[in-house]
Design a binder for this molecule. Sequence first.
Ligand code: GLU
Length: 305
Amino acid sequence: MIAYQAIIDELYSKINQEENLGQVAQYIPELARIDPNYFGVYFSAVEGESYGIGDWQRNFSIQSISKVLTLSIAYRLLGDTIWKRVGVEPSGSAFNSLIQLETDKGIPRNPMINGGAMVICDMLLRELKNPMEEILQFIRKMTLNNQIDYSDAVFQSEKLVGYRNIALCNFIKSYGNIENSPEEVLDFYFKMCSIEMNCQELTQVFSYLVNSNVTNAAGEQILSLSQAKRVNAIMQTCGFYDESGEFSFKVGLPGKSGVGGGIIAVHPNKYSIAVWSPKLNAKGNSYRGMKFLEQFTTKTELSIF
Ligand code: GLU
């Protein structure tokens, strides 16, 4: 038996005492106001053990972590046709980079970078009457918390300064890979990035990637085993912007980060773990989150490799 709780306690208190480097996300004014000292962890094992420490019950902006959820909903609805409009290759460049899109003729490298997530949003706008409501319902049912919502303040704030995202969406539209109006796509994109929840809820939502037999409230499987494997593979190779290789190298788990300072990581068939600490390193990933997870998989000797 691995002493998860003792390892989490030890690492949490150690990292909490060390210098907290980095900066909270500055480019979204509403996110820049967050207290940089928050630090929460929640661990949930398939075998039933779960444990939280620090600020695990406090809501935070999940930002790009939501890209995994929209991808999963689109994959479930549309199957492999989605790969005609978005790739599965790590980009090796920043989440909001425009450079590759020109050479790739408007087909974003993967669904974890902003352009790729916008193309997925565009697919969902076509398939669903109210995709934002759909994603919220999905989250609410997985967490049994009907209060989960997006933050209008963060949404408005992102929209106000979203120059680069607006450029990205219009650029992709110019290649014909966005069908709806860029305004509609961007509104949905910014709203999904502004969803808030806590570390425990994040592990609950991601349970379908730990165990693909997990069902939604209607008793339906969310993704097939093969689809869950592929979504995990994309998180593994593309989930941490241009630090995805480093995360894979140091932590060895599929995961996804967001500029709100959250990270979710899953060990298929074993556990999921969410860490939240708002200060980001130079690549846009939570400084303490990266540190915690690296040491967690080292101490538990449990990674997928
Ligand atoms: N809403 C953020 C943006 O588009 C998401 C960034 C992120 O978490 O990676 O800039």
